[in-house]
Design a protein around this ligand. Structure first.
Ligand SMILES: [Cu+2]
Length: 117
């Protein structure tokens, strides 16, 4: 019975250790964007997915917040916001790059009314 208890404690330590390691590798940031529709979502997620140091990007169209997981050794929140601006969208306090914004389809620009795709 004692052996089993020791085994459980060891398992607990091992899984705790690997969780802690994961947490130190990836950071997460939530950024409010000016995305309008599903096309914006795809555009932002695809572009960020190809950006150095970013592990994943998931945009919630209900609140326009993109959740980005990134490697803090390779990038940071400020760089990610700059990248979103370059795609043509506002990112928190960083205003969208005007040229990129104007090149977006009409339905994806900031003046567009909410619509489905
Ligand atoms: Cu759009």
């Amino acid at each position: 019975m004692k052996k089993i208890a020791v085994l459980f404690v060891m398992f607990g330590l091992i899984s705790f250790g690997s969780n802690a390691q994961k947490a130190s590798v990836a950071d997460q940031v939530e950024i409010k964007t000016s995305a309008v529709c599903g096309m914006c979502k795809k555009r932002i997620e695809r572009d960020l997915g190809l950006t150095k140091g970013i592990e994943s990007a998931n945009l919630n169209l209900d609140d326009k917040v993109v959740t980005v997981k990134f490697n803090p050794k390779k990038t940071n929140a400020a760089k990610i916001k700059q990248q979103i601006s370059k795609i043509g969208y506002d990112a928190d306090e960083v205003v969208a790059n005007q040229k990129s914004h104007d090149a977006l389809p009409d339905c994806c620009q900031k003046t567009a009314k909410a619509h489905v795709d």
